[in-house]
Structures are given as C-alpha cells and as structure tokens.
Design a protein around this ligand. Structure first.
Ligand code: PLP
Length: 389
C-alpha cells in the first residue's frame, strides 16, 4: 500500500511467464495491436498514436518533453509536487524556456496564477500532473484546458497515478499529450509507459524542425515500429507487453466505471477510518486522490518507527512524505489491485496498533468501525471484490 508499485494479479504474472517470441513475430504483432486497442479504451480516446513506451513512467515524461519541446520553446509548468519539478527540470535540459507556477505541496494549482503566467510567457505547451503522487492532490484539468485554448497551447498531462484509478478522459478533456506508467493503478510490474497523442500533437511531431535529441525516445521512429510499417527500432520488452495486455484486459473486464467507483469507495472508507481514529488528511476533500492518500502524522509520533513496524509486524508497506511534506505525512496507496476493502480495514487495524505503541491515544477499533460503517452505507460496496481468480 505504498505509492507504487502496486500488487500484481496472478493472471498478469502468469502472462509474463509465457515463452518469448520475436518482436516482429506475427503473434507478437497481434499482441501489439490488442494493447493499442485496449489502451485507447483506458485513456478514453480515439487517438491513433496510443502505445506503450519501453521504460517506466519517467520514460513517458522524458519522451513528452524531448519530442515536443524544441530549443527556445516556451513551456508553462504547474508545479505542486515532486513530479511537476521533474518535468520542469527535463524542460530545462531539453532547451525549453521554462515558466513555473508553484503551489504549496498538498494544494492544487491556482487557475488565476496559471492564466497570468500564460499571458506573460505565451506558452506553446502547458504541462501539469493530474495525480501528484508526492502529495495526494488531484489536479482538475478543465481550467487548464481553457487556458490552453486561449493561447493555442498543447496540454501535456502526467497521468501516471490516475490512469486506471480515476477517469482520464483524454478526448473529452482535450489532452494533447498524456503518459502513464504500468505499476500504479494499472497493477502491472514497472517497465512500460503508455502514451497517447492527439492529432494536433501528432501533427506538431511531424513538423519538428530538428530531430528529437533522444534517439531511443524519438516518437517519430517509434511510430514506425508500432504503426503499419513494423520497422525495427529497438527490441520491445516482450514479457512486459504480455503483462500489460493482460492487465488491460482485467481492467476492461471489470469495467472502467466500476473500477473508478471501487477506487472512490475504498478511498472514502479509508478517510472515514483515518478521521474516526482522530487523525487528519492532508488534502482538501475536493482535491483528494482516490489512489494515493496523504495522512498527517500526529504530533509526537515517530514516522520511521511506525512505517518499520507496519512492514516488519504487519507485512504492510506505506510511503513517507517527499519534499516539503517529508516527515509530515504518510502516503497510503490504494492503487488498482490494492484498492480493496480488506486492505483498508487491515491497514486501519495495523496503524492503530502502531500508533498505540507510540503513545498516541485513540479509542479501540474506532478506525475500523468508521470504515465499516462507510462500506455498509446504502449504495456502497458491501464487501471487497476479488478480481484475481
Ligand atoms: C511514479 C510517477 C512517475 C515516475 O514513474 P517511474 O515509473 O517511477 O519512472 C511520474 N509521475 C508520477 C505522477 C508518478 O507517480
């Protein structure tokens, strides 16, 4: 229950153990086609350029920057966490002119500040992180899209921790460049980075004046492998693609709406339990991620001791805070496969035990009871569902 990687269903692990075929084998080409089709459903897009890049989520980030930011290009980046900072650093390294609008860690971006900055810097790209895994904030994208429309900017979105857990509506939200990673809400091992490009972004790619400085992540070259031509570019990680194909099939079998609903309800139960124990969430209710929950560490409680007891005694991993939130919050992942009622209840039970050892007082079983009430409320999932058979 950390900030990723999440647990992987046995079906996905089994898919990885299938015998290898060549990366141009007709059988593998069929898997490639199936993955592209399934990714379009999960990204809710008709974009023809929708593929998994070889590499973790950061490869998707680097590909987005390396291919779309040319020397001297103005880029506006909303930074309210570690991953926004990483995008900004990449833009600088690739020769872009970077304008950063910051918000405190744990808060969403200010629409007004983004608009004012865009007026000044006239960006050709505006980049934001949809789900900031370092803080637990869900960034609303519609206001950012409106700003993009005013300045004819491309909208670049990091959906690493939202895809497969929260709706990511690439087409209806007008996202031009969107990437994710396999090991968060898709519940697949780390190693691939799904990415999709709008027709407008694809057109820009074709009219670059200089070749992309990264050869490995050059999307024009990679397109020739994943498109009709099937030209060798690099050897696709075959087993990882088998895994992703299976993980996406599991998602489609469950149904996107059902899956989002499951993530929302388990998040709600976790919050009820946390508050029932007398603890507080870090993020304002309107901007909370369902997949990554930041819980304030109460005064007098030792962050490291609680996390190591959770791991050694309860076999349960959670994350610590990053950047400005280091030592101040815990990050509890409910991503993909891990978003289960049994995990929520077990975590609350285990956390109470660890907090007691630290001398923090809460009435016995209060967290579990509050979460249980939440599950039993009319209209909610009565019990966890098992998708791993
Ligand atoms: C995990 C994560 C990344 C980086 O992905 P890696 O797979 O670690 O390379 C980027 N952005 C966000 C929001 C993430 O949560």
């Amino acid at each position: 229950m950390g900030p990723g990687p999440s647990n992987v269903p046995p079906r996905v692990l089994r898919a990885m153990s299938r015998p290898l075929v060549g990366h141009l084998d007709p059988e593998f080409v069929e898997v490639m086609n199936e993955i592209q089709e399934l990714l379009r459903r999960v990204f809710q897009t008709g974009n023809s350029f929708t593929i998994p890049l070889s590499g973790t989520g950061t490869a998707g980030m680097e590909a987005s920057v390396a291919n779309f930011v040319e020397e001297g290009e103005s880029v506006l980046i909303g930074v309210n966490g570690v991953f926004g900072q990483r995008i900004a650093e990449m833009v600088r390294r690739h020769g872009g002119i970077c304008t950063v609008v910051s918000a405190p860690f744990g808060e969403p971006l200010s629409r007004k500040a983004m608009l004012e900055a865009a007026q000044k810097c006239q960006p050709s790209i505006i980049a934001v992180v949809h789900a900031e895994t370092s803080t637990g904030v869900l960034q609303p994208l519609e206001p950012i899209r409106e700003i993009c429309d005013r300045f004819d900017s491309l909208l670049l979105v990091d959906a690493v921790t939202s895809l497969g857990g929260h709706p990511v509506k690439v087409d209806s939200w007008g996202i031009d460049i969107c990437y994710s990673g396999t090991q968060k809400c898709l519940s697949c091992p780390p190693g691939l980075s799904p990415i999709t490009l709008s027709p407008k972004a694809e057109a820009k790619l074709k009219t670059r004046t200089s070749p992309c400085r990264s050869w490995y992540l050059d999307l024009n070259l990679i397109r020739s492998y994943w498109g009709e031509d099937r030209v060798y570019h690099h050897t696709a990680p075959i087993s990882m693609n088998y895994a992703l194909c299976e993980a996406l099939n599991i998602i489609v079998e469950e149904g996107l709406e059902e899956r989002f609903n499951r993530h929302r309800q388990n998040h709600k139960a976790l919050v009820a339990g946390i508050e029932g124990m007398g603890l507080q969430m870090q993020v304002d209710p309107d901007y909370r991620l369902w997949s990554l929950n930041t819980v304030r560490i109460p005064a007098g409680v030792d962050d490291g001791k609680v996390r190591s007891q959770l791991l050694s005694q309860f076999n349960l991993e959670i994350g610590g805070g990053l950047g400005d939130l280091k030592g101040k919050v815990w990050r509890v992942g409910l991503m993909g496969e891990n978003s289960q009622a049994q995990n929520v209840l077990y975590f609350l039970f285990a956390l109470e035990n660890c907090l007691r050892r630290q001398g923090f007082h809460c009435s016995q079983g209060a967290g579990v009871e509050a979460a249980t009430e939440c599950y039993n409320a009319p209209g909610s999932l009565a019990a966890s569902r098992e998708f791993t058979a």
